[in-house]
Design a protein. Sequence first.
Length: 131
Amino acid sequence: MEKAGRPPLVGTREALMSVLLAAALAGCGGTPFEYHSQREIPEGPGLLTGESGALILFSDKKKAKADPPLASAQAVAGDAPGAASGEFVEFREFREFRRWKDTAKDTPEFREFQDWREWKAYRSWKERQPK
């Protein structure tokens, strides 16, 4: 039987409060949530970035693997400076550029380039003249 001064739902209220307290304590044991805005760039590889997470337009990694070892490459080059592989690669590229530059002097494209340079110099000279 019920006591005279007690409301009828006291047992239910205590049960409800204990369930809410248990749910609140269980919620504290979860893993933290890290918020990432839609406007920020997410971490990790993307559509164009690859595994490194950065867009690489030019890389010497594939080219360096195809290059011969430094000692044999210097023996082939003969006059290669320095012992570091980076210096040798740069030297070889410069040597190839010089070879290309020497062979490209008699081409119509090179003559057109020279004409363009002369025209640019003339135009800048003309703009500096008092009117």
